[in-house]
Design a protein around this ligand. Structure first.
Ligand code: FES
Length: 223
């Protein structure tokens, strides 16, 4: 990632973000009290216009600014593009099994692939490191305050918006912004669900075949 581009991206995100929040807040205020402005006949319409503009601005902001910071644009990926295991003919060593924390998605780079290894005791599973909802890492960012969630009931949870995936087959068993997640995460859940009004779904995640050989995790990759 280019530091210069990252600085530009953060600057754009900051100013654009403030403008977006202003639009949304202004819209909400006018929707709640449309008679508080002189043009009372159009107060409601202006509020709706500001709110919609703010939401669209928020979506555009993420698509434009995130690539500048070295992140993938938050666009969903389709399960129909997932590659079947029988086409994974190239094998790569991800490292010693016990080098991976139990029950926590840990990202490794294997050739050009970003893969999340999830160890469950003496077994390991491999899946795409980026969530199919908005391309954010299942294992979070290094040093970020958002921590990866431990695997529960055989499913890994994306820490950003709460989508859950079965580690054995990649099935999306819970969608982003589920009410349970939103209730416990006011910013990542309830608030961001408004910004992501255009993208609320997660399809099944890409998985990779895994072999354990001499206590090493060997992952099958497309060739
Ligand atoms: S990025 Fe994973 S649920 Fe949104």
């Amino acid at each position: 990632m280019s530091v210069a581009l990252a600085i530009v991206g953060v600057s754009i995100l900051g100013t654009w973000g403030i403008a977006t929040i202003s639009l949304i807040v202004g819209g909400i205020i006018l929707l709640v009290a449309p008679a508080d402005i002189e043009t009372t006949s159009s107060g409601l319409a202006v509020g709706i216009f500001l709110l919609i503009s703010g939401l669209i601005s928020g979506g555009l902001m993420q698509v434009v600014a995130m690539p500048l910071m070295g992140l993938d644009p938050p666009l969903p990926t389709k399960a129909k593009n997932n590659i079947p295991h029988d086409r994974m003919k190239g094998w790569a060593n991800a490292g010693p099994l016990r080098g991976f924390p139990d029950g926590i998605a840990t990202e490794v780079r294997l050739h050009s692939f970003r893969v999340a290894i999830v160890r469950q005791g003496e077994e390991a599973y491999a899946m795409a490191a980026l969530c199919p909802h908005a391309q954010l890492p299942l294992g979070s960012f290094p040093g970020a305050p958002i921590r990866p969630e431990p695997v529960r009931d055989g499913c890994v949870m994306c820490p950003f918006h709460g989508a859950r995936f079965d580690v054995s087959n990649g099935n999306a068993v819970r969608q982003p912004f589920a009410s349970e997640f939103n209730a416990n995460h006011p910013f990542l859940g309830a608030f961001q669900s408004k910004l992501f009004f255009w993208n609320k779904g997660a399809e099944d995640i890409q998985t990779y075949p895994v072999r354990i050989e001499n206590d090493e995790v060997i992952v099958g990759l497309p060739r």
